[in-house]
Design a protein around this ligand. Structure first.
Ligand code: HEM
Length: 503
């Protein structure tokens, strides 16, 4: 079991996608694998060869420093499109079935992880149907209904860098031989969008602005950025939460769980032409705004930020791209302006941002009410840009969306809570003063009980009008929960030494 006072945090021990902005990525391959029954022991011995390739948080910080220095040099030399440094990142994590397959059977202390995402899909609100044996069968791609043992993340500055590293990893696990140690279940490739859409998800909104700062890791939190105890993200660290409730039940973890984190993966398709059509057909009508500006305002109010990243809580009626790009201001808001607390004039209570991080809305429940539910997001967009044919027909023909990845030390309180108890819960956040039912998170809120998705407060001037949200524009097509162990745990517990004399 983990010791009550863990040793000081060493960023060289933590896998690099979890903290400090995550693995540097222009492209990312998510390689989901199953361990071949015949070679479980080989998997663990070969894992020892993978460990040196794993990128730690310390290395990520070092790479960030190098890239920053290079950017400054390129700017001084006035290079117009300077190439990125050749940087690559590798991380590995395991599902509950993967741990069992390796013979690691200690109780890890997370019920959602033990159960797996597939068995919780109905409660997450995913659409599906009853299978002949009476079980819920979500409308996921078949790969995510198969047994998946692990996930290898490979990031890089280019496809070539990532492909080279993947080939090295496949070689370690004899993938292209007659006796492969692992089988690829599915490979998903994400890319940072290019040009002026760089850093924007497929609906067009700047992403990756707001993550919590982790105490003593993120040295200089930006104004408005919540600082959370290390244990909200890392197992075994102070704040690694007991299961909430009265009385709270402390979590007991095996010692190898120290400095690991649970990874929630969601394969989320986005229906971009349909989303755009909805905005076009439902502009917010306010004197002085054109039809197009009314549609942009609706989009901003559904998300809680303008496409530039400017929060509607600070820029309620017009976009402010300078604010959107300013890290010292673009996260510094709390939904506590008097007009926003009671009347959602600035930001709808149910906007995606407000649902998933309600900031000041939970002040009545104490200063730490939000803390157990904070997650670190590290996803990436996948799929092509909308084609002219899709734009013209306003119908999606090609798959695109978000490879959603979030880290937390407690899945039930982290991703699962945000999705189920906040985004899907029409009564959240609790807005007693206005007696308002906020409605669904218009971006990810979902229901599979036949209910209609509605949203209140869409128009800043007409508080109670419910907007019927039409179809879901974000469609889950799979996912799984994984555990991303510390590098020492990978080396000393998960990997096995080869008997002397064996190569
Ligand atoms: C395709 C699906 C999704 C899209 C298009 C999307 C889009 C966005 C955008 C544009 C932002 C604003 C950028 C930022 O503040 O960093 C954001 C923030 C956020 N999203 Fe999502 N998101 C998606 C899925 C999810 C899911 C599944 C969750 C969790 C269940 C989630 C949780 C959050 C959180 C916690 C924030 C930060 C809120 C804040 O701190 O103010 N998102 N998302």
């Amino acid at each position: 079991m983990s010791s009550p006072t863990p040793p000081p945090l060493d960023l060289g021990n933590i896998q690099g996608d979890i903290l400090a902005g995550g693995l540097p990525k222009k492209t990312e391959t998510c390689y989901f694998f199953r361990i071949n029954d015949a070679y479980v022991h080989d998997f663990r011995t070969q894992l020892a060869k993978l460990v040196p390739l794993i990128t730690s948080t310390a290395e990520v910080l070092d790479d960030q420093r190098k890239q920053l220095a290079q950017n400054k040099k390129d700017a001084a030399e006035k290079k117009i499109t300077p190439p990125l440094l050749k940087i690559c990142g590798v991380n590995i994590s395991f599902s509950t079935k993967g741990l069992k397959k390796m013979g690691i059977t200690d109780e890890i202390g997370d019920a959602a992880f033990d159960a797996g995402m597939l068995s919780g899909a109905k409660d997450l609100g995913d659409i599906g149907h009853s299978s002949p044996n009476g079980q819920f069968d979500p409308d996921w791609v078949p790969a995510f209904k198969q047994e998946i043992h692990g996930l290898i993340l490979i990031t890089g500055d280019s496809y070539a860098t990532a492909a080279e590293k993947l080939a090295e990893i496949e070689h370690i696990f004899r993938v292209k031989t007659q006796n492969p140690i692992i089988h690829e279940v599915i490979r998903l490739v994400g890319d940072v969008r290019s040009g002026k859409e760089k850093g924007h998800e497929h609906f067009g909104f700047q992403d990756g602005i707001s993550n919590p700062a982790v105490k003593d890791v993120d040295a200089k939190p930006n104004p408005g950025q919540q600082v959370i105890p290390q244990g909200i993200i890392l197992c075994g660290r102070p704040g690694d939460a007991p299961t909430l409730g009265t009385p709270a039940v402390p979590v007991h973890r095996p010692s190898w769980a120290l400095d690991g984190s649970f990874l929630s993966f969601r394969y989320l398709f986005q229906l971009v032409p349909e989303f755009n059509k909805f905005l076009k057909e439902n502009p917010i009508t306010i004197t002085g705004l054109t039809h197009e500006q009314g549609s942009e305002l609706l989009g901003a109010r559904l998300v809680g930020r303008w496409k530039s990243g400017a929060p509607v809580d600070l820029a309620p009626l017009h976009d402010d791209p300078v604010l959107g790009q300013d890290p010292l201001r673009n996260n510094d808001f709390h939904y506590t302006f008097p007009d926003d607390q009671q009347t959602q004039t600035r930001c709808p209570f149910a906007a995606h941002l407000r649902k998933t991080n309600p900031r000041g809305d939970l002040d009545q429940f104490g200063p730490n009410a939000l803390t157990p539910h904070r997650i670190v997001r590290s996803g990436i967009a996948f799929g092509p840009e909308v084609t002219p044919a899709e734009a013209a027909t306003e119908r999606t023909q090609l798959p695109r969306g978000l490879l959603f990845i979030a880290y937390q030390s407690n899945i039930e309180q982290g991703f699962q809570f945000v999705q189920q108890s906040w985004s899907n819960n029409t009564k959240f956040p609790p807005k007693k003063p206005a007696n308002e039912v906020p409605g669904f998170d218009p971006i990810i809120g979902q229901t599979n009980n036949g209910g209609v998705r509605t949203l209140s407060g869409t128009n800043p001037n007409s508080q109670t009008t419910d907007l019927n949200l039409d179809k879901q524009w974000v469609v889950p097509k799979g996912g799984e929960y994984f555990f991303s162990p510390s590098i020492p745990a990978l080396k000393n517990t998960f990997a096995l030494a080869k008997p002397a004399g064996e190569l």
